[in-house]
Design a protein around this ligand. Structure first.
Ligand code: FMN
Length: 165
């Protein structure tokens, strides 16, 4: 294995920050019905057969263990006009769902109003990966909710997608 200790964290963050990501809010509802959510930039599709998606929760996250316990989650793809929602769900602690209207999916996870798309999943596997986990979900239902551009994140700033040409 490569000796990773020679890479300083500032360089790692700066260089990797040049790779853009979308932004979503991963949600779940605990057994008492309390909604849980966290902003995620590491969401990606993984496999078609079976239909798998993944994201990488930080081991320091307080929301992730609660989501993991439910055994399911919903990925809410944020629109470019939902930056505030992203900030709210990136908070540590506090009532992240204050003023956030949503409904529950058939699987029981919150679908936030006005997201671009949602992908509802059962938890498929969790792997350790350094200071993060790799959380894999098998998709049970999904939908494009409204047309529009997704919220993007690059070099610590938010933006939106412009088609070339
Ligand atoms: C644009 C953006 C992308 C993020 N991506 C991730 C991610 O991929 N994984 C993660 O664990 N946290 C990510 N975060 C941070 C979490 O949203 C935040 O640490 C978490 O919600 C903290 O609250 P918690 O303790 O309730 O989990 C991201 C935050 C922002 C603003």
């Amino acid at each position: 294995m490569t000796d990773t200790t020679t890479i300083d964290s500032a360089t790692f963050r700066r260089v990797l920050g040049h790779y853009p990501t979308g932004v979503c809010v991963v949600t779940a509802a605990d057994p008492r019905g309390a909604p849980i959510g966290m902003a995620i930039g590491s969401f990606t599709s993984v496999s078609l057969e079976p239909p798998l998606v993944a994201f990488f929760p930080d081991k320091r996250s307080s929301s992730w263990p609660r989501i993991e316990e439910t055994g399911k989650f919903c990925v809410n793809v944020l629109a470019s006009d939902q930056q505030e929602l992203c900030r709210q769900f990136a908070m540590r602690g506090g009532d992240k769902f204050a003023g956030v209207s949503h409904r529950l999916s058939t699987n029981g996870s919150p679908i936030l109003d006005d997201v671009i798309a949602w992908i509802d999943c059962d938890l498929y596997a969790v792997h350790e990966a350094g200071d993060h986990f790799i959380a894999l979900g098998v998709v049970v239902e999904l939908e494009v909710h409204r047309p529009g551009g997704p919220l993007l994140f690059l070099q610590g700033a938010y933006g939106e997608f412009n088609l070339l040409g």
